[in-house]
Each structure stands twice: as structure tokens, then as C-alpha cells.
Design a protein around this ligand. Structure first.
Ligand code: FMN
Length: 320
């Protein structure tokens, strides 16, 4: 929760496939926290079954101490029901529905944000999900797939599932993550929605959250994605440089345990983290991370980068 004026604002950690997996979430929770709930990256059905990797990610034993909201991505109602069933068996009673993924191989198969152009498919999906007992849903969506007003056809369908909340990222799927946020459409949607709306998009600091809530007093929650991946301590006011080292150590330990593809795979995965983590890192230090081949080389390069946290622009802004 973040106090904004006289209001407590819920802060949700966005799902980022390939970044905010179970290892990342547990490290963020242990070192920095200040997140009210984590949304898990979407799970899906492949070859007729729920992907095992996705189920492992939401295994309650691996997520102890956190509030986790699993997310499903499906167009076919029977696939969605398979995932909901698997999640119920694991004790989950709150599930998020992905109507936002813009990745073309998914969206062009009418999944994620691709569904926003097909209200009939969305309706069929919602009708099926509404038959399940003891589960409440939330929805994470964009304003449309290839038009910025397609939400207008989708919003009335929400009455079928009566969502706990609708998280809106104000871009179309076609825009992917580029281009302006369409604040005008967001405002129209916020005014038209009869269910609680959560704002998501380009919140990089606590100050950004304050400004957004000031602008939209109806908001009770916001969701932060790339901002939190860049600075996992974004929401915690008193982060020390050592916290980032501790967070990184937990990632190294966690991925060493879960990845079983040998040293090369581990190094590649750790290198990938730096595509979003601490983007203010000096280019030469980033290059040394990218060029490392062994885990020892990687650890030396990462240690040099982490030793420079106090000099990074984001850190200095927070501590001035
Ligand atoms: C690499 C990457 C992976 C993502 N994976 C998911 C996902 O699994 N489910 C989802 O609903 N959104 C996913 N998103 C979208 C984010 O949750 C979020 O909506 C988006 O990054 C905009 O918020 P931000 O500006 O705070 O980052 C992903 C985004 C990125 C960049």
C-alpha cells in the first residue's frame, strides 16, 4: 500500500513473462517487498495440457509468504477451464484473465490482446469461466487490438464474470510497448466502467504513482511492471546499495537451483536479467556482463555493476 493524500493505494506487481517468475518474485519480496500482490506471468495450455513450467511457477510451496494471482491466457473455453481447474486444485480462488498480450504469435491466434477484436469469442470465454464455482476473476487488458476503442465492445461483457478489477494498459495490442499511452481512451474507459479499474503503464517512481492517483481519484490500485523490474526497490523508500547485491545474489542462487541446462544456460539467463534490471548501469559494465562466458566471469562483471549502484542516476534521485 502507498499512502496518497488520505487514501491507501494498492500496488500490484505486473506479470512480465521471462522476468517476474517465482525466483524474481521471492527475491523482490524478501529484500524489498512493498508489493500488495504479484501477478504471475500468463500460463497456457500446450499440446493438450497446462504447461508444467507454468504450474511449477505458481506452486504454493514456492510462493509462500506472497499474495500471488495466477494469470491464464486462452481463447478456447476448454483450455481456460483446464487451467482454472488446475489452479483451484492448488488452492487458488482468484485468477486473472489475460486480454492484453500483444506478442504477434499469440495475438494473431486471437489470444491476449488479439481477443479484443472478437467480442463473440470473449463472450464465450467469459460465459464458460462464469460457470466455475468458488473463483473470482480479474482481467488485464489493453484498450483494443488494432483500434483504440475496441474496449467499448468488451466492457459490457464484464458483467458476465463480475471482475474484482480490470487492469488497463492504455495502448492497443498493435502498438506493443511503443508509442504514446492513450490517456484519452483510458479516461473514457475509467468513466464507463462499473467495475474497479487498475491503471498500468510507465510508472517508474513513487512520485509517478502519486501523480496518477491525483489525476484519477477513482483509482484504488495501480500496477507497476518495467519500473519495478528496473528498480525492484522502486516502492521501498530506504533502499541501500547492498540490498541490490542481496537481491542479485538471491537471483543467482534461485536460477542455479531451478535451471538445469548447465553453466551456459545459467549465464545466458543471468545476462538476460540485465535487459531490464538497473538500466542506468554504465555501458562498459553492461558490455562486460554481456560478454561473459563462464559463471565466474559473469559474477565479476555483475559485482562491478552492482558496486556502482550508488552512482546510478535512479539511486541518486531517490537519495537526494
Ligand atoms: C517482457 C514482458 C513480458 C510481459 N509478460 C506479460 C504477461 O505474462 N502477462 C501480462 O498480462 N502482461 C505481460 N506484460 C505486460 C506488463 O505486465 C505491463 O502491462 C506492461 O509492461 C506495461 O506496464 P509498465 O509500463 O509498468 O511496464 C509483459 C511485458 C513485457 C515487457
Amino acid at each position: 500500500m502507498i499512502q496518497v493524500n488520505d487514501k491507501q493505494i494498492t500496488v500490484l506487481a505486473a506479470p512480465l513473462q521471462g522476468v517476474t517468475d517465482n525466483v524474481w518474485r521471492m527475491a523482490q519480496h524478501e529484500v524489498f517487498g512493498a508489493v500488495d500482490a504479484y501477478y504471475a506471468p500468463f500460463m497456457r495450455v500446450e499440446h493438450g495440457e497446462v504447461r508444467r513450467k507454468d504450474l511449477r511457477d505458481v506452486d504454493p510451496e514456492r510462493n509462500e509468504g506472497t499474495t500471488l494471482i495466477p494469470q491464464i491466457l486462452a481463447c478456447q473455453p476448454n483450455h481456460a477451464l483446464m487451467m482454472v481447474d488446475a489452479l483451484k486444485q492448488r488452492g487458488y480462488h482468484r485468477i486473472d484473465i489475460n486480454l492484453g498480450c500483444p506478442f504477434p504469435p499469440i495475438a494473431l491466434h486471437r489470444k491476449g490482446s488479439g481477443m479484443l477484436a472478437y467480442p463473440d469469442l470473449t463472450e464465450a470465454l467469459f460465459q464458460a469461466l462464469a460457470t466455475v464455482e468458488d473463483v473470482s476473476y480479474s482481467v488485464k487488458m489493453r484498450i483494443g487490438w488494432d483500434r483504440n476503442d475496441q474496449w467499448r465492445d468488451i466492457l459490457p461483457l464484464m458483467d458476465i464474470i463480475r471482475p474484482v478489477s480490470i487492469t488497463v494498459h492504455p495502448r492497443t495490442g498493435k502498438q506493443q510497448y511503443k508509442g504514446e499511452l492513450d490517456i484519452e481512451q483510458f479516461e473514457a474507459m475509467l468513466a464507463a466502467a462499473s467495475w474497479p479499474v487498475v491503471y498500468n503503464g510507465s510508472l517508474y517512481t513513487v512520485e509517478d504513482i502519486h501523480q496518477t492517483v491525483d489525476r484519477y481519484p477513482a483509482l484504488e490500485a495501480v500496477m507497476v511492471g518495467s519500473g519495478l523490474a528496473a528498480d525492484p526497490g522502486m516502492l521501498a523508500p530506504d533502499t541501500a546499495a547492498d540490498d541490490y547485491r542481496r537481491f542479485h545474489d538471491l537471483l543467482v542462487d534461485g536460477y542455479t537451483e531451478v535451471l538445469n541446462g548447465g553453466e551456459a544456460q545459467l549465464v545466458r539467463h543471468l545476462q538476460d536479467i540485465w535487459q531490464t534490471f538497473l538500466p542506468d548501469t554504465d555501458h562498459k559494465l553492461q558490455k562486460a556482463i554481456r560478454k561473459s562466458h563462464t559463471i565466474d566471469q559473469y559474477q565479476n562483471a555483475a559485482a562491478a555493476a552492482l558496486a556502482s549502484v550508488e552512482n546510478m542516476a535512479f539511486y541518486q534521485r531517490k537519495h537526494q
